[in-house]
Design a protein around this ligand. Structure first.
Ligand code: ADP
Ligand code: MG
Length: 237
């Protein structure tokens, strides 16, 4: 199993607030890794740092043997590290198809972009049906699908997701998680940040539990699901 991304002693601060306090973890290529923890633990901050949107104060982020921790966001996207934004951040006054096209902004390979679009429509037939509609007219679940589809249009090697289940009805949550499994089976490595700890650990090969900016547990998804501390604090045990 080869390591795709290795984070060492990463620290991120907002002024005097140390949101991420020197964390070390890695992602195996081809796996879903879950990063779970309570609100305010620092999960989003870690993703923002991996994407280059919030500067790391210390530490390194090695992606395929290159330190990407000081690169600008578009250079990180170009290398294949692509984040699906929390709260979706789709452009409501553009059509579904236009939103998807924006996801491919770093690419020049027209044929490849066409293939990616076909794959996204295959994965989310509802986006195909609504391709010409304004994204603002989509339901919450469809907007989340669009956000994921847009990220896939960048042809990622690593997909970062920030709470894709947030605000969705349970049936849609199931659908989103099933889709992530499908995407992963096609070979894509996924880092999944979730407060929905049970669902995330169920589909994850490995998981990390974050508390106030520090990793307190690291294990397989299955072991974490059975860990008494996880059950007590995160699974309503
Ligand atoms: N832009 C910001 N400015 C100042 N503090 C922030 C900012 N974003 C997050 N924080 C603080 O950093 C900590 C971690 O936040 P965050 O990464 O959003 O956690 P999570 O995603 O796990 O809920 C929290 O204490 C939060 O209040
Ligand atoms: Mg968050």
């Amino acid at each position: 199993m080869s390591v795709l991304l290795r984070v060492r002693e990463l620290a991120v601060a907002y002024g005097h607030i140390e949101a991420v306090k020197g964390i070390t973890f890695h992602l195996n290529e081809g796996e879903i890794t879950a990063l779970v923890g309570a609100n305010g633990a620092g999960k989003s901050t870690i993703l923002q740092a991996l994407s280059g949107l919030t500067p790391a104060r210390a530490g390194s982020v090695m992606f395929q043997d290159e330190d990407i921790s000081r690169l600008p966001p578009y250079e990180i996207v170009r290398r294949g590290v692509v984040q699906v934004a929390e709260g979706r951040a789709i452009l409501t006054t553009l059509t579904v198809q236009e939103n998807l096209a924006l996801g491919a902004y770093t690419r020049r390979d027209r044929a490849g972009i066409k293939d990616s679009l076909a794959q996204v429509f295959d994965l989310f037939p509802r986006l195909k049906d609504r391709a010409g509609q304004f994204a603002g007219n989509l339901s919450g679940g469809e907007q989340q699908m669009l956000a994921i589809g847009r990220a896939l249009m960048a042809k990622p090697r690593l997909l970062l997701l920030d709470e894709p289940s947030m605000g969705l009805a349970p049936i849609l949550v199931q659908e989103i998680f099933r889709t992530l499994v499908t995407i992963n089976r096609s070979g894509l490595t996924i880092l999944l940040v979730e407060q929905n700890v049970r669902q995330a650990l169920k589909i994850a090969a490995h998981g990390y539990v974050l508390e106030i900016g520090k990793i307190v547990l690291a294990d397989s998804g299955a072991n974490l699901l059975g860990n008494p501390k996880v059950i007590e604090h995160y699974l309503g045990g």
